[in-house]
Ligand binder design. Structure first.
Ligand code: DQA
Length: 147
């Protein structure tokens, strides 16, 4: 099946951006690891990083046309602000997992609220780059037919 990984604003700077909070792996490192894991499970992985809200929204719309089965999304700063991105995910009705590198609950109070968590299949945060791997592994399990 097709799995889409969406990375929100500033995640293009991973590796150099606040490494004590976000780790030293680059976005390219993370995407490469995910592509390998997806391939091993015979899924097709696409990814997209955008700093602009409308680009993320349009990528979500496109996902429906492409018959994407599952989305992993780190909405980054938009986690705490974007009703429009939340609405896009609800509009296409593609199941998604919300991912964060940092433990947002252990940080500033404005990071404690997410516009995505209550409509996500699940939320993974606090494990650095491993958050994405854990989310992908959960998505792959979700895609297995129920036995
Ligand atoms: C983040 C947490 C957000 O609060 C922040 O705005 C980000 C990254 C994370 O992955 O830990 O840009 O989503």
């Amino acid at each position: 099946a097709k799995i889409l990984v969406l990375h929100g604003p500033n995640l293009n700077l991973l590796g150099s951006r606040e490494p004590d909070v976000y780790g030293r792996k680059t976005l390219a490192d993370i995407n490469a690891e995910l592509a390998e894991l997806a391939q091993a499970a015979e899924h097709e992985l696409a990814w997209c990083q955008a700093n602009a809200e409308h680009q993320l929204i349009e990528r979500v719309h496109q996902a429906r046309d492409e018959q994407v089965a599952f989305i992993l999304i780190n909405p980054a700063g938009y986690t705490h602000t974007s009703i429009a991105l939340r609405d896009a995910l609800l509009a296409v009705a593609i199941p998604f997992i919300e991912v964060h590198l940092s433990n947002v609950h252990a940080r500033e109070t404005f990071r404690h609220h997410s516009y995505f968590s209550d409509v996500a299949v699940g939320v993974i945060c606090g494990f650095g780059a491993d958050s994405y791997r854990l989310a992908l592994s959960a998505a792959i399990n979700q895609l297995k037919p129920a036995t």
